[in-house]
Design a binder for this molecule. Structure first.
Ligand code: BGC
Length: 418
């Protein structure tokens, strides 16, 4: 009896010892603070805690992560990097060049990332051939979110072209509903701008003008039409848009105060968190004219070099968890995005997600899959910032002409792109 008790105790102690030796702390910088975002990141926290690790939440509020990136820079400069930070697109390369990111090849190899990720996405997560970041999802940016009840009241129909968009906007306005819910940061302006550019100019124009930053395309009749259309959208927003957060704009559509919002599918996370049902309480339609194209935005976590072995282990467990099928499913069901891991069943996902997944594949085949500039997927951060500034100046300053805006855009691209 005594022996048994002792061995049970020893076994328990041994087990505990092992857990303690392995358990580390994982500090994660992110900007997921809205209703849907918080539910999604809670899943990541839970999966780390289930492995015995301590989750240190490093949340910096602010859509699209502008504030988070500023805070991250000062932390890394002072030699106090978190284990993981929400960093994506070309910025991953910029951070890797600083020599501060950790090599995740062991995790990637053990879990077959090369086979489970689309090559173009995997390439973006590697620096000099080595994985330095783990991806969580694919967000589609070129969506319109609409309130069917508001559309019914206005006798309007969901738009598929920009002409239809403005017809619907006019009808909503007449019915006393704010046609377009919009917010006040420059990334929100650019989210609208890039959807207009894609819908009006098509994927080839989008790539040439906004990804390759070709000066002639920036000062072209097509860009003129894009800017004119973009500015017309503003006339259907309300006076309180400046300074408003994106999720508060989504809330206006949820409540039926506004008819529609041009936003990526993290907006769906807000509808779902509010208990709304897709296809019934809200509708998702591709941004006008862009149904056959797809603006992608892949959220990923870059992993920073750490000294403590237990924390390194926790970091590797985080990277492993992120790419696991269980996490990819539950996270994306809450986040509004689709799994980035290939070959996942989408049975539990709604029609918006299924459309997104199908369009991701078909646009990739057709060459109309394009990276989002607004969400840091396309151009170096310096060019992105300069372009966003010009586009927002144009949006906010009713005296700025289209010609001036085009000149400024070309200059912003030229002075920053190398
Ligand atoms: C991110 C999303 C996030 C959104 C709003 C985007 O740039 O990719 O994950 O929900 O910003 O904060």
């Amino acid at each position: 009896m005594t022996m048994t008790r002792i061995s049970v105790a020893l076994a328990a102690a041994g087990l505990m010892g092992a857990t303690l030796a392995q358990a580390g702390e994982v500090e994660v910088l992110h900007w997921w603070t809205s209703g849907g975002e918080a539910k999604a990141v809670a899943e990541l926290k839970a999966s780390m805690q289930a492995k015995g690790h301590t989750w240190k939440d490093f949340a910096v509020a602010g859509g699209a992560g502008d504030a988070a990136m500023t805070v991250l820079k000062s932390r890394v400069v002072s030699g106090n990097a978190p284990a993981a930070a929400q960093i994506k697109g070309p910025s991953i390369q910029e951070w890797a060049r600083e020599g501060v990111l950790a090599n995740m090849d062991d995790v990637a190899k053990a879990n077959k990332w090369d086979e489970l990720l689309p090559k173009a996405i995997a390439d973006g997560l590697k620096y000099q051939g080595h994985y330095v970041a783990a991806p969580v999802n694919v967000h589609r940016v070129n969506w319109v979110w609409a309130n069917p009840e508001a559309f019914k009241k206005a006798g309007a129909k969901l738009p598929t072209t920009w002409d239809e968009f403005f017809t619907a906007a006019e009808a909503l306005k007449k019915a006393g509903i704010i046609p377009v819910a919009h917010g006040g940061q420059n990334w929100q302006d650019f989210t609208t701008f890039e959807s207009v550019a894609l819908g009006i100019g098509g994927a080839d124009f989008y790539k040439k003008a906004l990804v390759q930053l070709d000066a002639a395309s920036m000062k072209s009749p097509t860009m003129e039409k894009v800017l004119t259309t973009f500015k017309k959208v503003k006339t259907y927003t309300d006076k309180n848009a400046p300074g408003r957060d994106w999720n508060l704009a989504t809330a206006m559509v949820i409540k039926g105060e506004a008819g529609m919002q041009l936003m990526g599918d993290w907006a769906k996370g807000e509808f779902l968190a509010a208990g709304k049902v897709p296809g019934k309480d809200f509708a998702c339609v591709p941004a006008p004219g862009s149904a056959k194209s797809y603006t992608y935005n892949v959220d990923s976590f870059a992993l920073f070099k750490l000294k403590d072995p237990a924390n390194q282990k926790a970091q590797q467990d985080l990277a492993t968890a992120i790419m696991s099928p269980e996490f990819q499913e539950v996270f994306n069901l809450n986040k509004g995005s689709i799994p980035v891991r290939l070959g996942m069943k989408l049975d539990k996902f709604d029609e918006c997600a299924k459309t997104s997944a199908a369009d991701f594949v078909s646009s990739s085949k057709a060459g109309t899959l394009v990276p989002s500039i607004a969400h840091g997927m396309a151009v170096p951060s310096a060019s992105e910032g300069a372009l966003k500034d010009v586009v927002s100046q144009f949006w906010n300053d009713d005296k700025m002409t289209v010609a001036t805006a085009m000149d400024k855009m070309a200059a912003a691209a030229k002075s920053k792109a190398h």
